[in-house]
Each structure stands twice: as C-alpha cells, then as structure tokens.
Design a protein around this ligand. Structure first.
Ligand code: UGA
Length: 448
C-alpha cells in the first residue's frame, strides 16, 4: 500500500487523512499549527464533524495516522501527497493562492532530496489553469525535476460537504482526476480504484477541466438553491401555493432531481458563496459576462434579509423586542459560521433595534465587533424565554422535535418563522402565529 501525506488539516485534509488511515494506509498529516498537531495526536478533533472522533481515535491508535510539524518529513516518508490547504477569497472575489504557493515550494524542496517517484495531487479548490501554470512551475523549480518524468502531478477536486465530510469521503458520487500526463493519471487512478474498491465512477480529464468541474458543480448547486428561494418568494405572495410541494413535484423529474431545491435562508459556508464569486471573477478576467451567476449571488444576498423582514413586518416595530434565533451555523452538524445566513438575519434585526438571542448546539459564542450585541443563549428555553418572535434558521435535529407548546410556554408572543421548512404547517398554524419561507403569507389558518 502506498503511504500518503496530507498537506493542510482542515475539513478536506483531515477527512482524507482519517479515511485513508482507516483503510490501512500509513498517513502523515502535515501542518504548521502546533495546537492542531497536539489535538490530532491526542485523538481530539480540532473542529466539529460527525464520525471524526471515531476515525481519529482508530487512526492514531492503530499507528496508521500521525500529525507532524512542517512538510519535509511528510513528503520524504510517503509516496503520495494531497495538497488541501485553503484558498481564501480576495476582496475582488478572486482566489488567494498564497498557501498553495507556499506548500508547493516546500513540497518541491523536499522532492529535490527524494529519489523515488512521488505523486502530488492538488485537492485545494483552485481556478482553471492554476495547477498547470502556478503549481507545476513552482514544483519544478523547487525540486529541480520535471513534472511527468520525476514526479506525477494531478488535480482531484473535492466534493465533500461539511457536516458529512467523512461519509462523503467514503461515498462520493464520482471522483474526478485531472492529469498532467497519462502516467500521472494512472498513478492516482490506481490509488483511487484500490481505496474505493472499484465502486465509484472515476472520470479522467486534463488539469484545467478538473479544476473547472469543481466550480461548475458548486455554481450549479448554488443556482438550484437561489432558484428555489426566488420561487419561494413568489409563492409567499400567491394564494395557496407552497414552495415545498412545488419543489417536491419539480424534483421528481429525473432530469432535475430533488436535491438542493430546499428554499430557506440562503446558502452560506466557506464554499458556495466563495466559489461562485471566484467563477464570476474568472469569467470577468477573460471578458465574459455571467448574468446568471451574478443573479444567483444577488438572490442569495437578499434571502437572509427577506427572512429578517418577515419578522419585522409581522411584529411591526421591533425596537426593544426580543427575537430568538434557533441555529447559527451555516448548516447543521457543523460549528462553522462563515457566511452563515444567521449572522445577516441577526445584524438586520439588531440594526432595527431588536434584542437578538441565539441558540446553536455547536456555536456557543460569536466573536467580532459586529456581533457584540448578539447574546448566545445556553439552551433553547433560555433563547425562547420572553421572545416576541422566533426564527428557525438552521435545521439541527434538536430543533426538529420541538412542539408548538415548547414555543408557546416560553415566548411572550408565539410568532414562529420557519426559515428551513422543518415544521408541519397545519399543526403549527393551528397553535401559533406561524410563517415559513415559501408559504403564502395571507393563509387564513395563519393565526391561532
Ligand atoms: C458544498 C458542496 O455541497 C460540496 O459538494 C463541496 O465539496 C463543498 O461545498 C466545497 O466546495 O468544499 P458545503 O458548503 O459543506 O458543501 O455544504 P452544502 O451542503 O452544500 O450547503 C451549503 C449551503 O447551502 C448551506 O448554507 C445550506 O443550508 C444551503 N442549502 C443547501 C440550502 O439552502 N438549500 C438546499 O437545498 C441545500
């Protein structure tokens, strides 16, 4: 079995590391974050992710996985390196390659000292052309060796979702291999065939096309969500049209499929918003207009504000009124609040004078000058206590089992806005002043 090194220990890097380790590969996770090294080697997940504790524990205890400081030892002692460092967004929407460049210099320097063949596979999300035009020259100069002859070079985009990253790593719908040359592609193909036991479709292409698959996929998912949200806003103004029923009907068309058609508070996280902006920026750089993608972003910017406005228009003046938010993370099963709709909803309400409390099972405090006035409650009951309105923002399992009585007994006014459509409309409408994204606002059953 080949030995694997993973450069970067975020969601992608650590999931890759623990999954390969669990299938018997020797894996070295390389990072410069000493706290993370300690945590990983102590079997403590550095972030919240289902199944991570179990796989980290088995990886470390079996001796298959270890985290180390720096890159050289990791490269010298393995056959394959996955580069998973972050590619943050720059102010103009383009991608910051600082971490990728630095990682490649270090990998190249290590390769200079190494005799055998080594495969470098880029998993970081990079715009089309990056692996060939930025990564390859850096590796070649730093190593003094040509790609394709002395080392293999591939790009294999990652499609895992936070909150299910371990499951997704083991069960991808497909694997994409972008190859610098056929021999490089063969090396990664063989590794994936072995890892997935021949059970996952593997599609091979050139480097830049593989890079584009990642952006195109995230842009399409974002488009589906904005489409559902735009229709939800229309349904709210019509008589008796529920966007949930509409999307259930639409999604059963095999050409469309039901996934990512849930109307809600908008898409957040570190990927969909960033990747759509990066794609717009790539297109702009080559003189292409992208009105569809720009609209996807516009709809998404407006959606959390629309949710906040549902509360504002229902309560009338919100000054001094308590609004309870259930959920802060950008989606369930993660403690990540990057680009979370919750923050935009909270900010809008606080700007209008509301007193905002939030409860999230995984997010216990929000840092930053913009959110000093947001109170994180330590329980659902504390969050709801005396509230004039509650907005369900993130569909955590803990919230799905709440009954109308849980709201009625704690709140000062039982106004509930379901921004993720997790509650039964008829049941909640009978007992509460119940509003939901994509549900007609003037339903006669609205008030208890
Ligand atoms: C997304 C993609 O789904 C992954 O395939 C990809 O690998 C990842 O980005 C990445 O580029 O690294 P992620 O951001 O973890 O994954 O989470 P998603 O499940 O895609 O959710 C993103 C946002 O869309 C969340 O805020 C979620 O609430 C929202 N969403 C999702 C909706 O509003 N409606 C839906 O129907 C689905």
């Amino acid at each position: 079995m080949l030995a694997i090194s993973v450069v970067g220990t975020g969601y992608v890097g650590l999931s890759t590391a623990v999954c390969f380790a669990s299938r018997g590969y020797k894996v070295i996770a390389s990072t410069y974050d000493v706290d993370k090294i300690r945590l990983i080697n102590d079997k403590v997940p550095p972030f919240y992710e289902p199944m991570l504790t179990e796989l980290l524990t088995s990886g470390i205890e079996s001796g298959n996985l270890k985290a180390i400081y720096g890159r050289e030892e990791a490269i010298l002692n393995t056959d394959v390196t996955f580069v998973t460092v972050g590619t943050p967004e720059l102010a103009d929407g383009s991608v910051d390659l600082t971490f990728v460049r630095k990682a490649c210099v270090e990998i190249g320097r290590a390769l200079r000292k190494k005799d055998g063949y080594h495969l470098v596979a880029i998993k970081s999300t990079v715009t089309p052309g990056t692996t060939n035009e930025v990564v390859k020259p850096i590796l070649e100069v730093a190593s003094g060796k040509p790609a394709g002859r002395d080392f293999a070079l591939c790009m294999t985009p990652e499609f895992l979702r936070q909150g299910s990253s371990i499951y997704d790593t083991f069960n991808p719908d497909r694997v994409i291999i972008g190859e610098h040359d056929e021999t490089s592609g063969d090396a990664l193909y063989d590794l994936f065939q072995e890892f997935y036991d021949n059970n996952v479709p593997i599609v091979r292409m050139n480097l830049a096309s593989a890079e584009m698959v990642k952006y195109a996929s995230n842009a399409f998912l974002a488009t589906k969500i904005s489409f559902a949200n735009e229709l939800a806003n229309v349904c709210e103004k019509l008589d008796d049209v529920d966007v949930n029923h509409v999307m259930a009907g639409v999604g059963l068309d095999g050409r469309i499929n039901p996934k990512f058609l849930n109307a809600g508070a908008g898409f957040g996280g570190s990927c969909l918003p960033k990747d759509v902006k990066a794609l717009v920026s790539v297109a702009k750089a080559v003189g292409c207009k992208t009105p569809l993608l720009s609209s996807v972003l516009d709809v998404n910017e407006a959606q959390p504000l629309h949710v906040a406005d549902l509360a504002i228009s229902t309560l009338g003046r919100v000054t001094g009124k308590k609004v309870a938010l259930l959920g802060l993370s950008f989606k369930p099963d993660t403690d990540d609040i990057r680009e979370a709709p919750s923050l935009k909803i909270a900010r809008r309400l606080m700007d209008k004078g509301a007193v905002v409390y939030a409860f999230d099972p995984a997010v216990t405090h929000i840092e930053g000058p913009n959110f000093e006035d947001l109170t994180c409650a330590s329980s659902i009951a504390e969050c709801l206590q005396g509230a004039h309105c509650c907005i369900l923002v993130t569909e955590w399992e803990q919230f799905k089992c709440l009954e109308p009585e849980d709201f009625i007994k704690n709140m000062s006014e039982p106004v509930l806005i379901d921004a993720r459509r997790i509650y039964d409309t008829e049941k909640f409408s009978r007992k509460l002043h119940f509003l939901a994204v994509g549900l007609p606002l003037d339903r006669k059953t609205r008030r208890p």
